[in-house]
Design a protein around this ligand. Sequence first.
Ligand code: GRF
Length: 215
Amino acid sequence: MSRTARVGVLVSGRGSNLQTLLDAAADPWFPADITVVVSNVPGAFALERAAAAGVPALTIDHRGRGRAEFEAELLAALSDVDIVCLAGFMRVLTPGFLNAFPNRVLNIHPALLPAFPGLHGPAQALAAGVTQAGATCHLVDAGVDTGPILAQGSVPVLPGDTEESLAARILPLEHRLFPLGLRWLAEGRVTVTDRRAQVALQPGESRWLSFSPPA
Ligand code: GRF
């Protein structure tokens, strides 16, 4: 993209991932601007974060209307954006929406995909007895958390972990991966071939982040 990418962020809840994107975009050197935030949940705290950052925010409630109508309203709200980020957005988007943004919809997921897609990634990891959990930043396709992977990172699963404690360990990783993926996409450094992503990395960059324990 030859100009600063315009980004719309879809949210459903507290919006900590939205906050990391807003914080990243506050840096004048970041290659993307967050230009609109849309929540499908009225009153979501993420809307307050958008307002605090001076970013236009609106609610498009998915309830009481069909999926096609809901997505048409979303598309209208996003008519001026280049990239869409799903930051804790709890609705599945159909090809009717995704085709408007080919390989331009980015998601953050709290698991090491392709393991544990869908809801409750950390709980799925605990139930499976894995020793490493993690997060994935990926492009969105018509499946549930099946799109091309841009970046991943892992954290250990520790004895006595609960869904909450593991999710809390994963969250800081999400907050590092999401702005990274957005940067690469906005800078036009991502290509997709055969449903796999390639990233033109710069020196010192990696598509894999490892756990750094709190200082
Ligand atoms: C995150 O764990 C995200 O990976 C998942 O939902 C959670 C949203 O958290 N899809 P937040 O709203 O960004 O704080």
